[in-house]
Structures are given as structure tokens and as C-alpha cells.
Design a protein around this ligand. Sequence first.
Ligand SMILES: [Zn+2]
Length: 313
Amino acid sequence: MDWFNKKKKGIASTEKKVMPDGLWVKCDQCGEIIYRPELQKRMFVCHKCNYHFRVTSKEFSEYYFDKDSFQELDQNIKPVDVLKFKDSKRYSDRLKEAQKKTGLSDAVIAGEATIEGHPVAAAIMDFSFIGGSMGSVVGEKISRTIDRACEKKIPLIIVSASGGARMMESALSLMQMAKTSAKLARLADLGIPYISILTDPTTGGTTASFAMLGDIHIAEPGALIGFAGQRVIKQTIGQDLPEGFQTAEFLLEHGFIDIIVPRQEMRATLGRLLNLFWFFPQSNAAEPRKAPPESRQKEDAGKKATAVSSDNK
Ligand SMILES: [Zn+2]
């Protein structure tokens, strides 16, 4: 019987490809066969049905930030298999394979960039590295990016593409949720804006922590955003799920995200939002706005504290 066989083999994990190889690519949504160079020119968005293909962190950095402005930092932080975890493969082997395949040390790249001339602290997750799973390195790099935003008083941008916590790091990966959330609370106290960009897919522990703690939540069209998988929810509640459940459009309708922005318009939208939200003394933005005075920052922090205490009553 099937389940006995499965039990003996252990937990099977399927590595999903971010983008198929070859000169011709079939659209996952409408089935159109598209010439890859054409698709590349359109930022991997289908010309027929507007499907947004999954892309790597490097591509996101080119699409969302000013040309060549992304400077990667913390490249020396590398994952360690502290638990000596083994499922169908050793975690250490899985890491080596993923590193070789992607050229990345772990599932996030972090650093600084500019958007329409505005400096930002930025982190971009990469789904092609073990499903963009959040382990200790992802948590640490995200935390350091938040620290940089706090120190330099520049806005924070995190691009999420993640299947959730990295099970091979067990509780250590779950701790990253608390760690990144605590750092974001510090950023909020300083009154520095954080724009969270949710791409396909943003799920599990990533959704349950930093991805949903932004001041503004922007999603790419059609992105899958949720916590648990649909099958798990269906089994738990014993009901069929509504159509379009866990898509960016469904979440927008239900107030979980603020806007859906197509990939080609993301940089301009981010530029406009940053201009509205923050003062950039060193940027070449046309008309710099005044920085929020220290007193207002304190006042805001005070307000937040009052709000929290009144919630507790
Ligand atoms: Zn299509």
C-alpha cells in the first residue's frame, strides 16, 4: 500500500524550480509558449495573461531597485547544520547543492540600494534556495538589514518569496520569527517606514512574522500568500475554501494587503511611496521633505505604548 511505502522513505520534499530552462518557456497560467528573451524583456511577466513568473533574488534586485544600485552585504554569513538533520538527504548536503545551484549562501540577499534615488536597506528572499525557507541565516540577515535601517535612518524594504520556516533547523528556524519581529518593533518605535513586498509564494513562518508586519504591504498580481497550505486548512475546518483563496487579489479584497502592483510598475510605486513617507537628506529626489522632528517620533512612540496598554485592559 502506498502509505506504507511512503513511511519507509521518510519525508519526501519536492524541489520546485523557479524558472524552467530552455529558450522557450510555457506560461504556467495560460499555456502560451513564449520566447525567453522576450519574456526577460518583460521582467518575466506573460504578455498574454499577465502571469508573474517566479524569479530569483538577483532579478528582483534589478527590477525593483535603481540600476546597479544594490550593494550586497553580510555575504559571509553561512548556514551551519547544527542539528545534524537528515530526512531523505542530509541537510548539509542539501545546503551544498542549493549553494552550488543558486550561487547564493542562503535563501536571502541583504544590503543597501536606491529606489528612484532614495537610499533603502533591503533584503530579498530567493525561492530557488530550498524553497526560500527561513532558517537562522535568513533571520540573521533580515535582522541586520533592519538594524542598518535603524542606524542609518533609511526606510526598509523586504521582498518575500518563501515557503515558510526551514524544518531542517527545527526550533532554531521558528525563533527567527520572534527575532525579526522584535527588530521590526524597534524600527517602528523609531518611526522609520517598512514596506513589505509579497511575491509568489509568501507562506508559513515568513507570513507569520516580518512579511506581514510592514507599514505598507504590496503584493505582486496573483501571488500566493497565506500561512498554512490549502489542503491542511481544508482538512482542519472540513469545508471547501472560497475561490481565489490565498491569492493577492483575495487578500486585497479582505484587507490583508494594501495594494497589488505589477512588476513593471513596482519601482515607480515604491519611489512615490518613499517620497511621501520619508525625508532623504542625501538622495537626489526632486523635493526633499522635512524629517519628522525628534519630538514627533517620541510622541508617536508614546501613542503606540498607550495603544498597547489600552488593548491590555
Ligand atoms: Zn500566460
